[in-house]
Design a protein around this ligand. Structure first.
Ligand code: COA
Length: 514
């Protein structure tokens, strides 16, 4: 048995005496002291009592604000009344406190007097929690499969159980029992809304669904620029314009309330932009959002100006609900990477749209329907699929990085397509069984089953959505998941900056003269 480790205290690892500043000093003076003494923070004191802390992060925010360092007082940028720890606290407890709050530095106070400062780095050195000294000694598998790169309380996917959740609730159960706006609220606020909160939220988002005046005249040009319309391409351009027209600023320069407003604005306007672009590309005028319709019904209303059958509106909304979030998928990760640089919410959402447009991510539902069309008849399914897989083709709508069993979204959407008696559902079920069998025979051990995309197309086609709107419809609700992740990333950020192994010709090669 190893010896039980000695409990070490904060007093043993803190830096003392701490580097301090007065609230009346300028930010420039405090910053140069931090650089000189090579510390990441100064404790702001009134006599020997800590009244604030100014950290490197504050200086980054300050620098980005464009304010003048020699004319601004420390008291204006410090975090006032910082949490403190006592010198007798154990290193492990202090570490937990810092990690929980997202702090990097915390003042150490004994009987009201500042005696030192302890940093996350000090604690990690002794708490047998090793900091990453050099990232290149950690090899991540290709595609980062299974690598945990962040902590999140937005939701998660349990691939082996075939289960996924938003916050603490089963995503499928939410889609069965609640409306989409409730789930949107849940992801933004952390809890399901009360009746009053739900009403207030609807009021808040209603005006945000409207396309900004400055963007309206540009939309027709965007919709008609390409030879053939790719709505995801047009959408990312339009979202970028909305963020620009609305004056979105890097989140590092704005407070949490403004970040939330920016995120809400984009989530609300994306469905309207999608339908406006679609209609303009067809030579039709966009239709304004319908103030009284639910999320899915309004989406269909903006397609053709007709109030849909409630069952059909609900089916589309349920599809949108199942696709709001799904762990650290490629587009969510992309959004978080962009957000981690301090860029504006619009930049992060545009990146998410780009990632989602790829056929390996969100670009598959129309291809899954194309597959059904290409197979044509139940008898043709097996020979067609054997031939395709033997030629090394991927069967669209099957396989998943995380699910190694049935994708709960595909089971749910299969149920939705049965409920609305979608034309293709019986044929799709036959093809699904055949694909699973053929892949089990020809790709044994890979555990390939239908993913969300397979029945998504069946549902959307029955609800009257053209195939070119399938992936944009995925984006129409996934934007909520991206934004929840963006807000979470911004609330406790460190720039995401991994490394690559260089495998090219050995440097330095002499540069040939021009
Ligand atoms: C979703 C997807 C990108 C996951 O990829 P991944 O986790 O990187 O899995 P891999 O590409 O490593 O595939 C593992 C093996 O299964 C095979 N495979 C995976 N999905 C397949 C599919 N849809 N059809 C045929 N074979 C498939 C691969 O060929 C590979 O076989 P190999 O071991 O002989 O090389 C992949 O399953 C796919 O391309 N599916 C089709 C596109 C799709 O439906 N996308 C929507 C996702 S929600």
């Amino acid at each position: 048995m190893p010896d039980s480790p000695t409990v070490r205290t904060v007093a043993e690892v803190m830096s003392a005496p701490p580097v301090t500043a007065l609230p009346s000093e300028t930010v420039a003076e405090a910053a140069s002291r931090m650089a000189e003494r090579r510390v990441g923070s100064v404790i702001v004191v009134d006599g020997s009592r800590p009244i604030g802390i100014l950290t490197e992060r504050d200086l980054v925010r300050f620098g980005a604000s464009g304010a003048e360092g020699s004319g601004t007082k420390v008291s204006e940028w410090m975090t006032a009344d910082p949490d403190c720890v006592g010198p007798g606290l154990s290193v492990q407890e202090a570490f937990t406190s810092l990690a929980e709050h997202g702090y990097r530095h915390i003042p150490v106070v004994d009987s009201g007097e500042l005696v030192g400062v302890v940093s996350l780095r000090d604690l990690m050195r002794v708490a047998s929690i090793q900091p990453v000294v050099h990232p290149s000694n950690i090899e991540a598998p290709p595609g980062l499969e299974g690598v945990i790169v962040a902590e999140t309380s937005v939701g998660d996917v349990r691939g082996l159980e075939g289960f996924y959740h938003y916050r603490e609730y089963s995503a499928v159960e939410l889609a069965e029992k609640r409306r989409l706006e409730d789930v949107w609220f849940l992801l933004f606020e952390g809890h399901l809304p009360s009746a009053d909160e739900g009403r207030a939220f609807l009021e808040e988002i209603r005006p945000l669904r409207v396309v900004p005046e400055a963007v309206r005249p540009i939309l027709p040009a965007i919709a008609r620029t390409g030879e053939s319309l790719v709505i995801m391409d047009a959408l990312r351009t339009a979202v970028s314009l909305v963020a620009y027209a609305e004056g979105f600023r890097p989140w590092l320069d704005i407070d949490a309330a403004q970040r939330r407003r920016d995120a809400l604005r984009l989530c609300a306007v994306v469905p309207t932009l999608i339908m406006a672009i679609w209609r303009l590309s067809q030579g039709l005028e966009p239709i304004e959002p319908h103030g009284d319709l639910g999320y899915g019904a309004n989406y269909l209303w903006m397609l053709d100006g007709e109030e849909p059958d409630p069952e059909i509106g609900r089916a589309v909304e349920q599809y949108q609900m199942t696709t709001i979030d799904h762990g650290f998928n490629a587009s969510t990760f992309t959004s978080r990477v962009i957000c981690s640089t301090g860029a504006d919410v619009g930049a992060a959402v545009v990146g998410g749209i780009g990632a989602l447009s790829g056929p390996l991510h969100g670009g598959a539902p129309s291809r899954a329907l194309d597959l059904l069309d290409a197979i044509g008849t139940p008898e043709n399914a097996r020979p067609y699929l054997v031939d395709a897989v033997t030629r090394g083709e991927r069967i669209m709508g099957f396989g998943h990085r995380v699910y190694k069993t049935d994708d709960p979204r595909s089971i749910f959407l299969r149920g939705v397509s049965e409920r609305i008696h979608a034309e293709k559902v019986e044929f799709a079920k036959q093809v699904e069984r055949t694909v699973v069998d053929v892949l089990a025979e020809l790709k044994p051990g890979r555990n390939l089953y239908a993913n969300v995309e397979f029945y998504a197309g069946v549902v959307m086609e029955h609800c009257g959505l053209p195939r070119r709107l399938f992936t944009p419809t995925f984006a129409s609700s996934r934007v909520i998941g991206w934004c929840a992740n963006i807000l979470e990333q911004a609330s406790d950020n460190r720039i995401i900056r991994p490394s690559a192994r260089y495998v090219g010709p050995p440097p330095p090669a002499p540069v040939p003269a021009a």
